[in-house]
Every structure is written in C-alpha cells, then in structure tokens.
Design a protein around this ligand. Structure first.
Ligand code: NAD
Length: 492
C-alpha cells in the first residue's frame, strides 16, 4: 500500500461526530467544529467537534454511571487483561495507518511515528500485566488478636485524562492503559491540534471489548473542554500532560473537590559534557536529545554545558550534523525532522531565537524558516549563551540548543540546577565516578548517562520542581489511579 492509499484507509471519517459518550459517537451540542491542520502542508485533514461544558457533563455522567455500575471492574481480571492485550494487538495490526495519521496531524517523521504508535501498544501490554496483581497488605492490629487488618487498592473513580499534541497517540495510550488497568472509567481530552488519531484509539478500545461508558472522549479547546473537566465535581482524578502554566491552573481548579492530580509538565533539561566524553557517542546523543520531534519533547536536552577542552570540537560537530539533518514533510522518505505544530509555536520559537542573539548568544547554525510553506524551522544552535539568557531559562519547545562552556564541574552542576524545572538531565563522560556524581547532584526526575531519552515502562517518569506532580509508568503510574483502603475486622 502506498502512502496515499494508507491515508485514505486511515482517515477518520467523522463529520464532526467526534465525541464518544457512552459508546455513541456524536457531534457537539452546539454543532460547532474545529479544523485539524497538517503542519507540513497547511491542508485541513479533518474536523472535530468543539465540545463545551454541557458535552463534558454528558461524558462525565456516562463515566460515572459506568463506574458505579462496575461495568468494567465486574469483568474478571483475566478478561480485562485480555481486552488490554487485544487493544495492543489492534494497534500493532494498524500501525502503518495510525502512523500516517499521526504524521498528518503532528508532522513527525514516519519512522518516529511508527515507534510512538508501537510505544502506545506496549503501554497496554505492560499495564495488562498488572491486572490481577494489584494487592494490598494484611497484618496484626495492636488492639489484640481478635482483630485482623488488611488494605485494599481501589480505583479512584472517574479519571479525566488530558494530553498534549507532541506525541498524541502514544501519550493518550500512556494514560488510558494505567487508568483502565486500575479500574477507573475515563474521559479523555485530546489536544485541539491533534485529536483525530486519538479517536482511532477510542474506536479500537470499543472494538477490543471495553464496555460503553468506560472510555469517553470529548474533543475541543483546552480552555473550554479541559477547564470544564478539571472543575467538574464528579471527576475524581486528573492526569494532565502539558505546559506548566496550564498545570498551575489545573491545581487551582482541582481544589474544588480535592481531585487527585498527576501533572507531567514542561522542562529545560541540562546536558553536561565532560572533557573525557566519547565524541562518537556524545554528538548523536546531544543532537537527537534536542532535535528529535523538532525539539517538541518535554525531555529535550535544551541546555548544553560542555567543558572547555571539548567545547569547540563538540559545538562544531553537533552544528555540522544539525545542518545536515533532512528537514521536511514527515511522510517523505528520508525526512529526519518535521515541522513544528502551529503558526503560534513557529512564531514563539523564532522569537526565542531572536532573543537569544540579541542577549549575546552566537548563532552557529540555523535560526531561519526552512522552505516556504509549512511550519518548518532549521535546526538551530546558539553558542556561548549568557548563563541567564532567556533562551537558557525558558522552555522553547522547538529545535533550538543553547550551549555554554564551563571550566569547573561544580559550576556546571549549579547551573544545571538553576532552573524552576526538573524534568530530566544528562551527562556524557567516560568516568564512572563523575557520571554518578552528576546523576546524584542534578535535581531531575529522569537522568541519562551517555545517552538521552531512553525510557522503559517499568521506569517511573515525571519531574521535580515545576515539572510536575507524581509519576507516570511503572508501579507508581498505576498507583496514581488507585486509592488505598484500610479495613479492620473484629473476629470474636
Ligand atoms: P498545553 O498546556 O497548552 O495543552 C495541553 C493540553 O491541555 C491540551 O489538551 C489542551 O487542550 C489542554 N488545556 C489547555 N488549557 C487548559 C485548561 N485551562 N484546563 C485544562 N486543560 C487545558 O500544552 P501544549 O502546548 O499542548 O504542550 C506542550 C507542553 O507540554 C510543553 O510545556 C511540554 O513540556 C509539555 N509536555 C510535558 C510532557 C511530560 O511528560 N512532562 C510530555 C509532553 C509535553
């Protein structure tokens, strides 16, 4: 099948009926829709319902009824696990179509899209493995042997799952899989720029046997649908991935009924390169660490601190490699970097590049629009940026690396930690001692030694400081959808 045929087969023919409520697809109550744009070609790829607070209320009610009727949790654990595996099977079987859809909405290169779709399937397999293994504890009670105590783990209830546009299908899977494994019911809100492929995920969950009402979807604007969800008194849990400012709004809104909240927010992750680093490993590590997904990765290694002895060589090599990256439509063979998501992000990123130069950084490569259509930005390296420059402090979320030389490792560590973010970090060195010293000293939830952004489902993922609350993935990711109940029984 060629790309055009795949596209036709994969298109979600919605007619704006993109709200999934109690197993039925319907339009927004207002009838309003939003267009979804291909960021590489600026073509409209589809339209989605612009839901509002009433639609959110319908979806939350459906999720509440499904939860209270135990439509999902009354199914035996082996059957629930089988359904999660069936979702993974269906995602894997449709990976080509789903990947093309992902590229059309998000712009990432096709091989990367395939990887993220398969990563979504893996989330269902990993969390399927937990079903039937969610245990409490038992124990003696100090009041005497006629008492007996135990704990149970119970699903929190109705979970609102809010995802961003930078890895839309995969990130929806990363939230839906643990929520279902824990026994919650769900209202899923995709990002307004990238909703269509998430609808394919919802369709797949229904086909795989998730009962109606257990997974509901409301598309629409974050300021309308997202805001209504996080304020809704019948939502028990919010799991949000997105920007730090919106995370702050969510914390305030969730206070109404003390919703449980997990936040995966922004980052400004430092990468420290020592003189003894292996350049062959470091150059691609640093380059992909910032340029993957056109820099639109929360864990992007966007601040580079390189020791004086290696600095010039490293900047030269990374800049040469950056200038050679093939930028283009993610559906074209050989593309290594796609466009950024929208005009808004394009303008924001270009504004940061200008500010970097005007605040004293040296533009080594990039810094301009690539081509004349689509939201393409050249891979950009800013060298010798002042340590307190805006480009060093703020999250850019684009293909822009800000680099600084250093002499003293203590200074580099102090600068690495001189950030309100704490999502990720990395070090390149051939010294075991220095690698683990830096890993221990950097305040971040994820850290890489001689690599970047290598992740696994059993490894918890999340941030220190203003990069978030709680962790996704692993046992901690499951716990985030569970309450603990202590029970004491008097036996005689
Ligand atoms: P965003 O915060 O603007 O939007 C994220 C989601 O929140 C979207 O679905 C949006 O519709 C919704 N939203 C917007 N306003 C809302 C509101 N008032 N109430 C509730 N929901 C609302 O973020 P973005 O620009 O789409 O994504 C980029 C950001 O996400 C970056 O800061 C990036 O670092 C972060 N991110 C973090 C991780 C992580 O795991 N830590 C992963 C990917 C992206």
């Amino acid at each position: 099948m060629n790309v055009q045929e795949r596209l036709e087969q994969s298109a979600f023919s919605s007619d704006g009926a993109t709200l999934l409520i109690d197993g039925e697809w319907r339009r927004a109550r207002s009838g309003e829709t939003l267009d979804s744009l291909n960021p590489a070609t600026l073509e409209i790829v589809g339209e989605v319902a612009a839901g509002n607070a009433e639609d959110v209320d319908d979806a939350v009610r459906a999720a509440r009824v499904a939860f209270d009727e135990r439509r999902w949790t009354k199914l035996p654990p082996p059957l629930r696990a089988k359904i999660l595996h069936a979702i993974a099977d269906r995602i894997e079987a449709a990976v080509d179509e789903l990947a093309v859809n992902e590229v059309r909405e998000n712009g990432m290169p096709l091989p990367m899209a395939r990887g993220t779709i398969l990563g979504g399937a893996q989330a269902f397999r990993y969390f399927a493995g937990w079903i039937g293994k969610i245990h409490g504890q038992t124990g003696e009670v100090s009041h005497g042997e006629q008492f007996f105590g135990y704990t149970t783990k119970e699903p929190i209830g109705v979970a609102a799952l809010i995802v961003p546009w930078n890895g839309p299908f995969m990130m929806a899977c990363h939230k839906v899989a643990p929520a279902l494994a824990a026994g919650c019911t769900v209202v899923l809100k995709p990002a307004e720029d990238t909703s269509l492929n998430t609808l394919n995920l919802a369709r797949i969950t229904l086909e795989a046997g998730v009962p109606p009402g257990v997974l509901n979807v409301v598309t629409g604007l974050g300021s309308v649908v997202g805001a209504a969800l996080v304020e809704h008194p019948d939502v028990d849990k919010v799991s949000f991935t997105g920007s730090t400012p919106v995370g702050r709004q969510i914390v305030r809104a969730a206070a109404g009924n003390f919703k449980r909240v997990t936040l995966e927010l922004g980052g400004k992750s430092p990468v420290i390169v020592l003189d003894d680093a292996d350049l062959a490993m470091t150059v691609p590590g640093v380059l992909n660490g910032i340029m993957a997904n056109a820099g639109q990765a929360c864990v992007a290694g966007s601040r580079l601190y390189a020791q004086r002895g290696i600095y010039d060589k490293l900047i030269q090599a990374v800049s040469d490699a950056a200038a050679k990256l093939i930028v283009g439509n993610g559906l074209h063979e050989g593309t290594q970097m796609g466009p950024v998501i929208s005009q808004k992000q394009f303008d924001r990123i270009m504004g940061y590049v200008e500010s970097g130069v005007s605040e004293g950084a040296e533009l080594v490569t990039g810094g301009k629009r690539h081509g004349d259509a689509g939201f393409f930005i050249e891979p950009t390296i800013l060298s010798r940026a002042p340590a307190d420059a805006t480009v060093v402090r703020e999250e850019i979320f684009g293909p822009v690396l800000s680099a600084m030389p250093f002499d003293d490792l203590e200074w580099a560590i102090q600068q690495a930690n001189n950030s309100r973010y704490g999502l990720a970090g990395g070090v390149y060195t051939s010294s075991l001692e220095k690698a683990h010293t830096v890993a221990r000293a950097v305040k971040a939830g994820n850290f890489w030694i001689n690599c970047h952004s290598v992740q696994d489902f059993w490894l918890p993922f999340g941030g220190y400081k203003e990069s978030g609350w709680g962790r996704e993935r692993g046992e901690m990711g499951l716990e985030a959808f569970l309450e603990t109940k202590s029970v004491v029984a008097r036996l005689y």
